[in-house]
Design a protein around this ligand. Structure first.
Ligand code: NAP
Length: 234
């Protein structure tokens, strides 16, 4: 059975990706930071295991990969948001969002690559954001981390292509998860209004795109970032 690791899969998009991949026959390790009960319940549901690891910490990431062993698919999904005026962001808030959103992808990819190179096969999918493409007011730092992830995907795809490893990204629009909980109903209505398909995205929308990019049907696709945004206008 092929093995996958989905970071930040205790809830939201990551949890739905784990469920969808398991339905497609992957053995999926669940990664969490704080939501232990949810992660363990999902792991039990999928017959897999849940591993606590802060993806921003390279030592914890190494330990997580020692537990899972090599994986054939890494979905680098764990991420945090920060909304506010950039001029009011503290050093610590800036460092944390960069360390989790960008550093987490670096730590996990670096740990996943040796096994994939050995196998001359594998797939990495990084969850970026529509804000990484267009930028978002009051989400400048978040946008910067997600934009950097797009360049990361494109660079790594070239680096790993000769080893038979594909690297792609997904840039979701507004997806109805806890990450949107800081927004009012009015804010969310505005997001819907700015989305030509006329609704918020659902975690399943992203999960289906992950399954496509992970599958054989995407065997000649690498270095791409797929928008899953219902034609959202920022
Ligand atoms: P969410 O509901 O807030 O869930 C975030 C997940 O990331 C949780 O499972 C959380 O684990 C985990 N996590 C956070 N920091 C972590 C860390 N340092 N180490 C390990 N896990 C960590 O968010 P979501 O909406 O599902 O977002 C998932 C990804 O999609 C993120 O990268 C986000 O930026 C991206 N995205 C979301 C949207 C959207 O509209 N929702 C749009 C574009 C992109 P615990 O709960 O266990 O701490």
């Amino acid at each position: 059975m092929k093995k996958a690791l989905v970071t930040g899969s205790s809830r939201g998009i990551g949890a739905e990706c784990a469920r969808a991949l398991a339905q497609e026959g992957w053995r999926v390790t669940i990664n969490y930071l704080n939501s232990r009960d949810k992660a363990e319940a999902l792991a039990a549901e999928l017959g897999s295991e849940a591993v606590r690891c802060d993806v921003s910490d390279s030592a914890q990431v190494r330990a997580m990969f020692e537990r899972t062993g090599g994986v054939d698919l890494l979905v680098s999904n764990a991420g945090i948001a920060w909304s506010g005026l950039l001029a009011e962001m503290t050093d610590g808030e800036w460092r944390r969002i960069v360390d989790v959103n960008l550093g987490g992808a670096f730590n996990c990819c670096r740990a996943a690559i040796p096994h994939m190179v050995h196998e001359k096969a594998g797939s990495i999918i990084c969850i970026s954001s529509i804000l990484g493409v267009y930028g978002g007011s009051c989400e400048t730092a978040y946008s910067a981390t997600k934009g950097a992830l797009i360049a990361f995907v494109k660079g790594l795809a070239k680096e790993l292509g000769p080893s038979g490893i594909r690297v792609n990204g997904i840039a979701p629009g507004s997806i109805d998860t806890d990450m949107l909980s800081c927004f009012t109903a009015e804010d969310k209505a505005g997001m819907v209004e700015n989305t030509y398909l006329g609704r918020l995205g659902r975690p399943e929308d992203v999960a289906r795109a992950v399954c496509f990019l992970a599958g054989d049907g995407a065997g000649f696709i690498t270095g791409q970032v797929l928008g899953v945004d219902g034609a959202m206008v920022i």
